[in-house]
Design a protein around this ligand. Structure first.
Ligand code: HEM
Length: 408
């Protein structure tokens, strides 16, 4: 297998990874990176096949011990974080994953998501009411961020006065999902898990005595085939909902806006559709923004059993990196993939994943983004990017912006 090093955290790559990804996908669609010790896959077809292959999993420690993997003993710095990881669905494998996901889906129903439509619209309206007369705002901190946090808080039933706690907890925790972090960040993320878990536990105990119509109450009640969520699993999955439920939605909003700002003709179409109240336009438009600039561009899997994939030997315990952002720009799957086309009808993008870990929050994220873009462009039709160079906040894995100044 050919080797290559991809400098994932190089600021130039984070700023615009697509020329590099396009070149690699064309010339070296599979390679082994010694520095990251992973096999990278860049083609749509390969990624989509691998995501549905049971010989790959998000975890490995359920079949191989740390000794067998040649890993050092677990760091005491992240003991609580590691426990949290092992209790939530994203890092579980069947049969545990199947149980957790089906229990969570019993509470996180389409009806519950649809029931949030009115509240999402109201939160969006309030945010724009606050900004409208100022003539400028930071799209990230004044709009993109508060919406998903308020929606998740609403969903979980977190009282209003506690909501400012949520975003900092989440930001501290997700730092550990980047490749390469310091001891200080590890300690801090672990502490955030402790604080956040304590908070959710307290909330769940209150709901046990006095259920409401929020998701935590539904989870406390949820029962399937006599099996319940354990208290630790309940807490871990609620924290997961917050982290997974807003980091990507925030990045999706700012990345989507940036794509519009850089494609004035598409922006014009979106403005017209907003003025004419055309939600159908935003249904397709949001899918295209999510494809064009993928908010979570890369996920990894472990090889659980030896096998050869198209002649490439994949061995138990090896890690693979699947470049969803590259698959989403693959000309083998999408026509004119480097063009933003908000009316693209065929759009089977990889942005929410595929296979058993397919995003549980996709319907909610879609609803939030559709309402958010349609209302933004209707209320502020002259909105423009107010900076020449947008800055990114960190590495490639959670590819978010530092800020996004806009004016109208
Ligand atoms: C634009 C926004 C979002 C994007 C791009 C996104 C993307 C993803 C992706 C790619 C995965 C699968 C990860 C993998 O393949 O390894 C995933 C899983 C997940 N997402 Fe999302 N997500 C978004 C919003 C949300 C929201 C709003 C929620 C919850 C309220 C959520 C909750 C979850 C959960 C719980 C999982 C784990 C599912 C499982 O392991 O079976 N996500 N998400």
């Amino acid at each position: 297998m050919q080797t290559h090093h991809l400098a994932l955290n190089d600021p130039a790559f984070v700023y615009d990874p697509y020329p590099t990804l396009n070149r690699l996908r064309e010339n070296l669609p599979v390679f082994y990176d010694e520095v990251w010790n992973k096999v990278f896959f860049l083609r749509y077809e390969d990624i989509s096949n691998l995501l549905r292959d049971k010989r790959l999993g998000r975890s490995i420690t359920h079949i191989l011990s740390r000794d067998e993997l040649g890993w050092p003993p677990p760091s005491p710095l992240t003991a609580d974080f590691d426990q949290f990881q092992s209790d939530h669905m994203l890092d579980s494998e069947p049969p545990k994953h199947t149980r957790l996901k089906s229990l969570m889906m019993k509470a996180f129903t389409p009806a519950r998501v649809e029931g949030l439509r009115g509240r999402i619209q109201q939160i969006v309206n309030d945010l724009l009411d606050r900004a409208e007369d100022r003539g400028r705002m930071d799209l990230l901190s004044d709009y993109a961020e508060p919406l998903p946090v308020a929606v998740i808080a609403e969903l979980l039933g977190v009282p209003k006065e506690d909501r400012p706690l949520l975003r900092p907890w989440s930001a501290r925790i997700v730092r550990l999902y980047e490749l390469g972090y310091t001891d200080e960040q590890a300690r801090d993320a672990n502490q955030a898990v402790v604080e956040f878990s304590g908070y959710i536990k307290k909330l769940a105990d209150e709901r046990r005595g006095k259920p409401g119509d929020d998701l935590i109450s539904a989870l406390v009640e949820v029962e399937e085939q006599g099996e319940k969520l354990t208290p630790d699993e309940l807490v871990a999955n609620c924290i997961l909902l917050l982290n997974a439920g807003h980091e990507a939605t925030v990045n999706g909003t700012t990345a989507g806006f940036l794509a519009l700002a850089r494609n004035p003709e598409q922006m014009e179409q979106a403005r017209e559709a907003a003025a004419r109240n055309r939600p159908d336009f935003f249904k397709l438009g949001v899918e295209e923004m999510l494809r064009y600039d993928t908010p979570l561009p890369m996920f990894e899997r472990w090889v659980l059993d030896d096998f050869d994939f198209k002649g490439i030997p994949l061995r138990r315990g090896q890690e693979v990196a699947l470049m969803y952002a590259s698959g989403n720009r693959d000309p083998g799957k999408f026509s004119n993939p480097d063009q933003l086309n908000l009316t693209r009808a065929e759009n089977p993008h990889l942005t929410f994943g595929l296979g058993i870990h397919y995003c549980i929050g996709a319907p909610l994220a879609r609803l939030e983004l559709q309402i958010s873009f349609q209302t933004l462009l209707k209320r502020l039709p002259n909105i423009q990017l107010a900076t020449d160079r947008v800055e990114y906040s960190g590495g490639f894995v959670i590819r978010g912006h530092k800020a996004m100044p806009v004016a109208w």
